[in-house]
Ligand binder design. Structure first.
Ligand code: SIN
Length: 285
């Protein structure tokens, strides 16, 4: 049905032999979904997709979610409320998309809401000659490789996923600037278990979200445990880097992956269209 090539020892696979601009029948959709559950991240290269076709591909993974509105409260991509634009390009001095050209910190997409998206699909329309790569971390492996003493300390723990900041460090329009309150009990955002069970694979994953504002573990008097988890993840070894080409479509499982985007030269153009799939509330493992 298609060829599959593993891109790292732990996760990410390239699928070839599929033209996603064509209708996707049930058998192909089921095979793509299974490859995605097995590999966490799928890369399809050399695709030529309209926005409507990108939405059709998204439907293989579930019901597309409405994209978060831009600063003026409207959709980034007028006719397609299911899509968002991620770009540093400006038209008439105004950004045509979000995130700019700076580094976007490690995060799980929209973990600051009660039901974070199941999947994210990112399609490359323009890419800079260097930089702007996307790193994706396998959070099953991050959990599995924790020392037993740390695993024990995580049992029953809940973390606040502070909603104040975007992954590029901007304050979301609905919040005022972070006021220095570091108390995770009262800050805005969702509270999720630190160790979750993937609803389809049944595997345990570490669920960290993003480290900004008051994000932290509820009921912990200091940040030592939270620091240790981030240090474990950031020491490397669980992530794979996507080097973008125009026509790449990358699809990751947001329930067991974190990602970050490198910075790039702002004189270069980077243009991505993104779809996300509605999720459910994460469940403790
Ligand atoms: C994101 O952080 O959600 C976008 C990643 C990217 O632009 O590569």
């Amino acid at each position: 049905m298609f060829d599959i090539k593993l891109l790292s020892a732990t996760h990410a696979a390239e699928i070839s032999g599929v033209d996603l601009s064509q209708p996707i029948d049930d058998a192909l959709a089921a095979a793509i979904r299974q490859a995605w559950l097995n590999n966490l991240v799928l890369l399809f290269r050399d695709q030529t997709l309209t926005d409507a076709q990108l939405v059709a591909v998204a439907k293989v993974f579930g019901e597309p979610a409405q994209s978060p509105p831009n600063a003026s409260g409207s959709n980034w991509l007028g006719d397609f409320p299911e899509l968002t634009c991620i770009s540093n390009i400006k038209a008439d001095g105004k950004p045509i998309g979000s995130l700019g050209n700076g580094e976007a910190i490690w995060h799980t997409d929209m973990s600051y809401i009660e039901e974070p998206p199941t999947a994210s699909l990112l399609y490359a329309l323009e890419v800079p000659p260097t930089g702007g790569g996307t790193h994706i971390m396998n959070m099953y492996t991050a959990y599995d490789t924790l020392p037993d003493t740390l695993k024990e300390q995580l049992e029953g723990k809940i973390a606040l996923h502070d909603a104040t900041y975007t992954s590029s460090g901007d304050v979301r329009k609905i919040y005022t600037e972070f006021d220095g309150n570091t108390d995770p009990e009262v800050a805005p955002g969702a509270r999720h278990p630190l160790v979750v069970r993937h609803p389809e694979t049944g595997r345990k994953a570490l669920f960290l979200g993003r480290r900004s504002g008051a994000s932290g573990i509820l009921g912990e008097p200091d940040s030592r445990l939270y620091d240790a988890l981030w240090a474990h993840c950031e020491q490397g070894g669980f992530s794979w880097r996507q080097e973008w080409r125009v026509g790449d479509l990358l699809i990751w499982d947001n329930r067991c992956c974190m990602h970050y985007r490198e910075s790039f030269d702002d004189s270069a153009r980077r243009l991505m269209h993104r779809a996300q799939i509605k999720g459910v509330r994460p469940v403790a493992a």
